[in-house]
Design a binder for this molecule. Structure first.
Ligand SMILES: *Cc1c(COP(=O)(O)O)cnc(C)c1O
Length: 396
């Protein structure tokens, strides 16, 4: 998954353009910037790549989620369906908006199960935040149809799956808004950065204002801009955007490399009948940042992840025990340890997350191992990895 593996001359050149002009700000300074608009360039190129009408680059993936919630009108008291297997940013953004995260089961796609969502709906349900985890897709066609049928907003957290698609359509373009992260460990990076994409001119306008103090970005005098709404500062700097411009141009080569590496490893693993794979609704659209597989039971899965890592096949994650990505270890959420009182706590409608139960998700994640796919592997290293996999899985 990491674009940082391929950081080089291209990134340095784009950043140097910005350093040469000294214009680090994404708006204005038209003459001084000598034609360099890095944030704007990235936005146009990402929108075109994904087939979205509008793109706004921002300071992080977490900011992108907050912007999307605001631009979709999700706020105080609204319930948002989220998966228990994601990154902590999902519930942070929902809680930050004053809304209530409602955890719903995942299926063997490792993403939200469309049928399970229906059982979680209440009169206060406003949105579904689907998270395309570990490089690949949820059953996004079914989830999008469900949201349309129920009148729910669909926000796609595509932070881990830039470049992935379903049925030839880019992930991030199925709902009202798609969110992306370009932090240092994502498929492509800005150093820090994120983006939202949408086909709605209205939502784009709200997003654009919200991410810059509510400024309306009209006219040439920033000091005279109006404030149609209240906002925050979620802007990206031109330096970060410049890194992203170079990275985005490498995306197709990154995906091709990941897919080739993953295919070789998956073929080797397929020789073992105890191994089953994450279900992929459209395997050709997988961005292949991870190879996610399941063993029949929790105990051998935990042990096998350990054995693979210690035998030299590093980057094997056992997420069931991980406190970044799975509900089970989110003790700060379960105890609602916030820095200050949150809006949801005022309303008295905050669920007791220490009692949140997702038994079907537990049964899947407890048996899952996700192996990170690296770009830098040489053919010899790939062969070595296959040999380690054969040795470790052969002992099962
Ligand atoms: C990385 C990530 C985020 C947050 O992105 P940042 O840019 O680090 O704020 C959100 N959701 C998921 C699923 C992520 O992996």
């Amino acid at each position: 998954m990491p674009g940082f593996e391929w950081f080089g001359e291209e990134e340095r050149k784009e950043v140097q353009d910005v350093l040469n002009t000294g214009v680090l700000f994404r708006y204005g300074f038209d003459a001084a910037r000598q034609g360099h608009w890095k944030a704007r360039t990235f936005e146009h190129e990402l929108a075109r790549r994904l087939g979205a009408a509008h793109c706004l680059l921002c300071s992080s993936g977490t900011a992108a989620l907050s912007i999307a919630l605001a631009a979709c009108g999700v706020g105080a008291g609204d319930e948002v369906i989220v998966p228990p297997f994601t990154f902590v940013a999902s519930f942070e953004a929902v809680l930050g908006a004053g809304a209530v995260p409602v955890f719903s089961e995942i299926d063997e796609t490792l993403c939200l199960d469309p049928q399970a969502i229906e059982n979680r709906l209440t009169p206060r349900s406003k949105a579904v935040m689907v998270v395309h985890m570990c490089g690949a897709m949820a059953r996004i066609d079914e989830i999008a149809a469900l949201c349309t049928r129920k009148g729910l907003i669909l926000i796609e957290d595509t932070c881990q799956s830039v470049g992935a698609s379903f049925g030839g359509k880019a992930l991030g373009t199925f709902g009202q808004m798609g969110c992306f992260s370009f932090d240092p460990v994502k498929t492509i990076t800005c150093g820090e950065g994120g983006a939202v994409v949408t086909d709605s001119a209205e939502r784009y306008k709200t997003a654009h204002a919200f991410a810059d103090h509510g400024h309306d970005h009209t006219g040439n005098d920033r000091g005279a801009e109006g404030h149609p709404i209240l906002g925050y500062n979620y802007r990206i700097s031109e330096l970060n955007a410049a890194v992203g411009v170079a990275q985005l141009r490498k995306l197709d080569a990154i995906l091709a490399t990941q897919r080739a590496h993953k295919a070789a490893l998956k073929a080797a693993m397929s020789e073992f009948p105890q191994v089953s794979f994450r279900s992929l609704p459209d395997e050709s659209g997988d961005s292949a940042t991870f190879l996610s597989f399941m063993l029949p039971e929790e105990k051998p899965a935990r042990q096998t992840a350990r054995d693979l890592n210690s035998a030299g096949a590093d980057g094997c994650f056992y997420y069931y025990d991980n406190n970044w990505h799975y509900l089970r270890q989110w003790h700060h959420l379960k105890q609602m340890r916030a820095a200050a009182r949150l809006p949801v706590q005022l309303s008295g409608s905050c669920p007791d997350y220490s009692r949140a139960e997702v038994p079907r998700s537990d049964a899947i994640i407890a048996r899952n191992i996700s192996m990170q796919i690296k770009l830098a592997w040489t053919p010899e290293q790939l062969e070595q990895r296959i040999a380690i996999i054969r040795k470790v899985l052969g002992k099962l």
